[in-house]
Design a protein around this ligand. Structure first.
Ligand SMILES: Cc1cc2nc3c(=O)[nH]c(=O)nc-3n(C[C@H](O)[C@H](O)[C@H](O)COP(=O)(O)OP(=O)(O)OC[C@H]3O[C@@H](n4cnc5c(N)ncnc54)[C@H](O)[C@@H]3O)c2cc1C
Length: 489
């Protein structure tokens, strides 16, 4: 076990990609599960707060400790088993997502979830129910988790398999490996129907594995995951189409979405991503062939032996929505496709970098809105930010009505204004039955928005549920809801 006790040795564990800053007394890096269990038991008995660290690419301060100690899972990084016939892989939590994807692809299998930042630990992607561009076709991480091993704060282990442990109505019970029974009630509330990563997943008769997925490390530490895999198709069409106005881009993406869910159509996008003209302006230095005054949609589709036919269908759709097919960037080989991924990744990092240099935090939405309200909401949101003269970019998952609007404050005053605007934006999203977090989770930076989305009653129910698994209030305190909700119970 590595133990870091000097602050200058572990500064990097006190923040994440959101630039949210925290504090801790020391960082523990157990080399295996046994050491991790012993540590957790000790800190539980001593009632010392423990924050679990993944690879620190989170955007909500979720792995950032506010006090106590940090346990990093980084040494639990083995791929334990791959079963080609039954199409699953069993891994420890600190396997890097891109390594898992490459590993299974070599075996001709495919793990679809693809948060834009692939240098994250897969355990964290389960803890936050991450998703990405391909979620449009394949759904979020949740859909690929077949089983989980979770260590509770008292050192007990629970092994949960999809389909095996279900709630009866809103009543649930789980058994630890030492045959200890844990009974509890599932909070009653309605989750948004959009893509969602806001707070605990709670539903009548739910599969109890879903409670742990997206629970942001507040219920236990995940030490093993069994992921479902599917067959790999390496033939991908990837393209970026440029539009002179956003209405055309949105109409194009809405029609592409409709066709993708229509079995009679040849169009079957696996991702639809948007870049507004401000985003393209930020990228133009590195990608000089971006046409002026345009916004763009990046789409991907898996193809068989029908490449020409499919390209033809897309080109017709592009033309129909007033984009010039001659300006389309098309990638059919893997190298070119990787360049498009870098293009997508570049903007996210660029924005984070600019605000970090100013020693500020970007204020970025992670909101998804039901189809019927998306365009009205989007225009309202943009107007609000422009009226307040805040620099911003919009990019992301248009296929799920989930582009990120990132405000880029220039100074502390603007940062506070951005936070106020952000609250207004979340309020409006909730009015339309949207979610305040569709993929990054709530962490520490978005708790107020979750409170606004569900109301205090639901937050108290969530806190009550956490206490069932963590009665000494030590684990990932401050994620999802404020600590005061644990004190009130
Ligand atoms: C440029 C950029 C782009 C991004 N794009 C996306 C995107 O498209 N989609 C998306 O969903 N996210 C995206 N993210 C956010 C981030 O990559 C994901 O949230 C990712 O899952 C975080 O992984 P990590 O290992 O860095 O986790 P960390 O930030 O270290 O931790 C995240 C949370 O997981 C918990 N955790 C970690 N390991 C465990 C465990 N073993 N058991 C229980 N809890 C645990 C931590 O305590 C914390 O609460 C992006 C981030 C960046 C910087």
């Amino acid at each position: 076990m590595i133990i870091k006790t000097k602050k200058d040795e572990f500064q990097n564990y006190l923040t994440d990609a959101s630039n949210y800053k925290g504090d801790a007394d020391s960082v523990y890096i157990p080399k295996n599960e046994t050491e991790l269990i012993e540590l957790l038991k000790k800190f539980n008995e001593e009632k010392i707060k423990v924050t679990i660290s993944g690879n620190g690419t989170g955007l909500t301060g979720a792995r950032v400790p506010e006090s106590g100690i940090v346990i990093s899972t980084e040494k639990l990084n083995k791929i334990l088993e791959l079963n080609k016939e039954e199409k699953f892989v069993i891994v420890q939590p600190a396997v890097i997502l891109s390594d898992l994807q490459s590993y299974v692809e070599e075996k001709n299998l495919f793990y679809p979830p693809d948060p834009t930042e692939r240098n994250c630990f897969v355990g964290s992607t389960v803890a936050t129910n991450s998703s990405g561009a391909r979620t449009f076709k394949y759904g979020p991480t949740r859909n690929y988790v077949l089983a989980l091993k979770v260590i509770l704060t008292n050192g007990e282990t629970i092994y949960i398999e999809r389909g095996k442990q279900k709630a009866v109505g809103y009543f649930a019970s789980l058994e630890t490996q030492n045959k200890k029974n844990i009974s509890f009630e599932i909070p009653k509330f309605e989750m948004p129907e959009t893509k969602n990563a806001s707070g605990y997943y709670c539903k009548e008769n739910m599969d109890l594995i879903d409670l742990f997925i997206g629970s942001e490390g507040t219920l236990g530490i995940i030490t093993e995951i069994k992921f479902k895999l599917i067959d790999y198709n390496e033939n991908i069409l990837s393209a970026i189409a440029f539009f002179e106005n956003e209405n055309d881009a949105f109409n194009f993406s809405q029609e592409a979405r409709k066709l993708s869910f229509d079995n009679t159509s040849k169009i079957d996008a696996r991702g639809l991503e948007f870049f507004d003209h401000r985003t393209l302006n930020y990228l133009r230095n590195d990608y000089s062939s971006i046409p002026n005054n345009t916004c763009a949609i990046w789409f991907e589709q898996e193809i068989e032996n029908n490449e020409d036919e499919i390209i033809d269908c897309w080109m017709k759709l592009i033309l129909k929505h007033n984009s010039n097919p001659e300006t389309v960037w098309l990638a059919v080989d893997k190298k070119e496709q990787e360049k498009f991924k870098d293009f997508r990744h570049a903007i996210a990092w660029k924005v984070n970098e600019i605000v970090a240099q100013r020693n500020l935090r970007k204020v970025g939405t992670d909101i998804a809105i039901p189809d019927e309200h998306f365009v009205v909401f989007y225009k309202w949101m943009k107007n609000l930010v422009e009226e307040n003269k805040i620099d911003y970019v919009v990019y992301g998952h248009i296929g799920n009505n989930h582009p990120h609007l990132n405000m880029i404050p220039k100074n502390e005053n603007e940062f506070h204004l951005c936070q106020k605007l952000y609250f207004e934006i979340c309020k409006e999203a909730v009015k339309y039955k949207g979610t305040v977090s569709a993929e990054h989770g709530i962490g520490k930076t978005k708790r107020d928005y979750l409170l606004m989305m569900y109301g205090e009653h639901v937050i108290k129910e969530m806190a009550k549920l956490k206490l069932v698994f963590d009665p000494n209030k030590i684990l990932n305190i401050g994620n999802i809801f404020d600590e005061k909700y644990l004190e009130q119970l």
